[in-house]
Design a protein around this ligand. Structure first.
Ligand code: ADP
Length: 536
């Protein structure tokens, strides 16, 4: 029996129309060297229409890819709406990848037009000879004229001048909800970047889901600081959710170092925020040292890698609750988010988990033999997921055979549905047939008062097959000896899990999106570049 309901496509256009009318007065704030600029959602929508008109004039048609090479800012938000709503596909390039990987992703995606922030033009120009398909470069904001004059190949336009003469409305097409709207590449933590293509429908549903009270909890009364870059899984969907809920967006542009970021927080006064642990670590150290004003913030969603408990405690002292979330490029990105259940007594234990799955995301744990494991709080296996905003396969690759995404993450699920990740499958340390969680070791080490950061990887061991190597960054050099850190772990873990190999390092290598780069760490160890001491 068919329903009698109307079949209205779930498209980005609907989000744009809703946000720019019902929430026309909500604003996007973009950080400047001093203070910020602002625009209402109605102005953003008018500029999105102008940009769509200009792009059509440059020959952009349905399904064509328009890339961005930009920070988080108002114009990037305009592109987020203009491109999908006109039927084309937006592809935010990861500006922090090595040059050859940026060129690889742009060429693989087939980007023909690229919008580049003026402040990023100089580093971008080196890539141009490697991007033969690019016909137009649109430069947003001031750029060095000498750099512009030196560009050969694509036609160069100024963003403001290009959209200036265009009408402030556009006859948006009614696209099929399954059509491509946007694409992102994985950041390549574990290999070559892979393309994920989001549909209008997946973006729409994800936008509704993350706004919910037990997820990001966003409404028109909120202002959210999007530290997570727009090139990292579409800034976790916040630019689209903003137009659903009317929540304001505070966009830090290039001002991401602790000092200017704290200045932007003090000026724009967001009450919520989202980003990876690394950013929050830098900001809180700065605030503790200088007394910077973070008082507008009440909570921040932290994801992308495991949130150390010590970091949560540091923010608790400032009255800011860090809310732990897990996701992937392949999942738009929301997988889980951790708010303790109503009435829970052990709230802290719940906060440390990766959290609960929203409606529509279905998890499955499997053992090494592929058998399905129970959600009993102790069976550990690889996590599989499926749902309407999870990719069915990678761009230009075969779809996954059985309809489930293998996350490559290893963990357990409690009977009340909370996910705890112990590792990535590739990072699991197998010592004498038993698994040691590198994440647990890192979390514990970062809880030691002398430790700033820690990263643990498995290294070959004659007797046990593999043993953990702990690399540690101290807050103050020489303040603690390895033996003391060992004792600290031994008091909290079974003895066989305590590492005997240790190295102090000046910094932990990070990926383009700020995660611990274990691939690099293992390579440094293999090349003999780490000064490893064996203790005990
Ligand atoms: P890449 O896979 O290229 O690093 P993603 O941002 O898509 O790029 O990474 C997703 C992965 O990041 C997850 O599969 C998981 O391993 C890790 N991750 C994300 N959030 C968390 C978290 N809260 N705790 C532990 N790991 C996380």
């Amino acid at each position: 029996m068919h329903s009698t309901m109307q079949d209205v496509p779930l498209s980005v256009r609907r989000l744009l129309e809703h946000g720019s009318t019902v929430h026309s007065g909500s604003r996007v704030l973009t950080a400047m060297p001093e203070g910020y600029t602002e625009a209402s959602f109605a102005e953003v929508a008018a500029n999105a229409a102008r940009l769509a008109g200009a792009l059509r004039g440059l020959g952009v048609g349905e399904g064509d890819r328009v890339a961005t090479f930009m920070w988080n800012n108002q114009q990037h938000l305009e592109a987020y709406y203009a491109v999908p709503c006109m039927g084309a596909v937006i592809h935010p390039l990861n500006i922090r990848l090595p040059g050859e990987q940026i060129a690889y992703t742009a060429n693989h995606a087939g980007d023909q037009v690229i919008i580049v922030d003026g402040s990023l033009l100089a580093p971008f120009t080196g890539l141009i000879p490697h991007l033969p398909q690019v016909r137009h470069l649109i430069v947003n904001g001031p750029a060095d004229p000498a750099v512009v004059a030196g560009i050969t190949g694509p036609e160069v336009h100024d963003y403001a001048a290009l959209i200036a003469g265009q009408p402030d409305s556009y006859d948006w097409p009614d696209v099929d909800e399954r059509q491509a709207a946007a694409m992102c590449y994985t950041s390549g933590t574990t290999g070559h970047p892979k393309g994920v293509v989001y549909s209008h429908r997946s973006i729409y549903l994800h936008s509704l889901a993350i706004a919910l009270p037990d997820v990001f909890d966003l409404s028109a009364a909120d202002c959210v600081l999007a530290v997570v870059p727009q090139f990292h899984v579409l800034a976790w969907g916040l630019p689209y959710t903003a137009f659903v809920t009317g929540c304001w967006l505070a966009m830090p542009d290039r001002f991401l170092a602790p000092e200017p970021l704290a200045g932007f927080v003090a000026a724009a006064r967001p009450n919520k925020a989202a980003g990876v642990p690394t950013v929050w670590q830098g900001l809180i150290r700065y605030a503790d040292a200088t007394g910077a004003d973070l008082s507008s913030l009440t909570e921040a969603v932290v994801g992308g890698s495991a949130c150390p408990p010590s970091l949560m405690a540091d923010y608790d002292r400032h009255g800011i609750t860090l809310v732990h979330a897990w996701g992937m490029t392949e999942m738009s990105p929301l997988g889980t988010l951790s708010r303790p259940p109503a009435g829970a007594r052990d709230r802290e234990a719940y906060r440390l988990t990766q959290g609960r799955f929203p409606a529509s995301v279905e998890p499955r744990l499997i053992g090494p033999d592929g058998s399905v494991l129970p959600h009993d709080g102790h069976s550990v296996g690889e996590l599989l997921v499926r749902g309407p905003w999870i990719t069915a396969g990678y761009y230009q690759e075969e779809p996954f055979a059985d309809g489930w995404l293998r996350t490559g993450d290893v963990g357990l699920i409690s009977p009340d549905g909370y996910l705890t990740l112990t590792d990535r499958a590739k990072d699991v340390i197998k010592s004498g047939g038993e698994w040691i969680s590198s994440v647990e070791l890192e979390n514990l080490l970062m809880g030691h008062p002398a430790v700033l950061e820690a990263a643990v990887v498995g290294v070959p061991d004659e007797r046990w097959g593999e043993r953990p190597l702990a690399t540690v960054v101290l807050k103050e050099k020489g303040s603690v000896a390895f033996a003391e850190l060992q004792d600290y772990l031994a008091a909290r873990l079974p003895k066989w899990q305590v590492p005997e190999r240790w190295a102090f390092v000046d910094e932990v290598p990070k990926t383009s999106v700020g995660k611990i780069d274990k691939k690099v760490l293992r390579a440094r160890h293999a090349a003999g570049e780490l000064d490893v001491t064996t203790v005990g």
